[in-house]
Write a protein that binds this ligand. Structure first.
Ligand code: ADP
Ligand code: MG
Length: 324
């Protein structure tokens, strides 16, 4: 029996599939990232998973129990499944502590105080506990919204674009918080995002949603290194899509369309000829921090390679394809 399961969930709006027969399962403590472009059906799928929206077909299961339809309930949703929407929805004049406290207003005071302290610590909010919500940074607001969602103990946490408005330091903080939450409480988490880096770096497993279809499911490593098709390859990072006859040997796996997908870091650059090196000319050089991205012309094929130092434009170089 899986902990949390979506079973062939579908949703149709105006005769269009917005979510089509999507199935996946989560174990306890698992962090599942759902990556898709805007309009691919991520929020719709998340609301169905939360029991807030009825699917047109399929069902959602928590610990072997089928979720009741939203339309069958006075208050839609499930007590063990919490969702954090993109707009946080905090009470601006109230402090962080008061916002979290409010979610526990029906509980006894001693328990409530203990629980709020625990959540402030878990979500790294102790230093801003007495600050009003309106004065918080985006990251602090997001962590407060998560703490509030978790005030009553939950089994599944659903996050809609949690990183959307955050700068890099806050993204890192939030990533850490979500990881710690999953490890310490065993909560299963689904987050949706349109950012490949967030999905790759945080997920234990992830899925790719395209026009409501779950087109690939796997670990971040599998999806990054063996994308199902050119769409997944391009969505998940920089990629060289090599024409079907560009490489003679077949050590790299081919996409369904016959092309070969190779990440730039799998290519190496030399200034003198190598046995299998493909001769090419430097067309453009872009500094990206940890490396230079070098654009090369090799016959009709344009290539992108990462290199540790700058290379002069127009220079002839040799490119090798690493097989590891
Ligand atoms: P995402 O979160 O990936 O951006 P959404 O789930 O919000 O995608 O939307 C997916 C598609 O479904 C979009 O084309 C959107 O316009 C459509 N859609 C969402 N909700 C409704 C609705 N209540 N009625 C009609 N169409 C909707
Ligand atoms: Mg959305």
């Amino acid at each position: 029996m899986s902990f949390f399961k979506l079973n062939s969930v579908s949703k149709i709006y105006q005769q269009q599939w917005v979510v089509k027969e999507v199935s996946f399962t989560l174990s306890e403590g698992e962090i599942f990232g759902l990556l898709g472009e805007s309009g691919s059906g991520k929020s719709t799928l998340l609301r169905i998973a939360a029991g807030l929206l009825d699917p047109d077909a399929g069902d959602v299961w928590l610990q072997g129990q089928k979720l009741r339809l939203a339309s069958d309930q006075l208050i839609p949703g499930h007590p063990d499944i919490k969702i954090v929407h993109q707009d946080y929805n905090l009470s601006a004049p109230l402090t962080v502590r008061e916002n979290i406290n409010y979610a526990l207003r029906y509980y006894e005071k001693t328990y409530r105080d203990e629980r709020v302290d625990e959540l402030l610590q878990l979500c790294q909010l102790e230093s801003v506990a007495e600050h009003p919500a309106k004065s918080l940074s985006g990251g602090e607001k997001q962590r407060t919204a998560i703490a509030r969602a978790l005030a009553e103990e939950a089994k599944v946490l659903l996050l809609d674009e949690p990183f959307a408005h955050l700068d890099l330091p806050n993204r890192r903080r939030l990533t850490e918080t979500i990881r710690e939450l999953a490890e310490q409480t065993g909560i299963a988490c689904i987050f949706v995002t349109h950012d490949a880096n967030d999905a790759l770096s945080l997920s234990t497993r992830m899925g790719i949603l395209q026009h409501g279809n779950l087109i690939q499911l796997g670990t971040p490593e599998i999806i990054y290194h063996s994308p199902a098709d050119a769409y997944v390859a391009e969505l998940t990072g920089e990629i060289n899509l090599l024409g079907a006859d560009f490489l003679k040997n077949d050590v790299h796996s081919r996409l369904p369309d016959g092309r070969i997908a190779v990440r730039p870091e799998k290519l190496t650059l030399s200034f003198s000829p190598t046995i299998y090196g493909v001769e090419s000319v430097v067309k453009r050089v872009v500094f990206e921090g940890s490396h230079y991205k070098i654009y090369l012309q090799a016959g009709h094929q344009l290539l992108k390679v990462y290199h540790h130092e700058v290379v002069p434009l127009g220079k002839s170089v040799f490119v090798d394809f690493r097989t590891f």
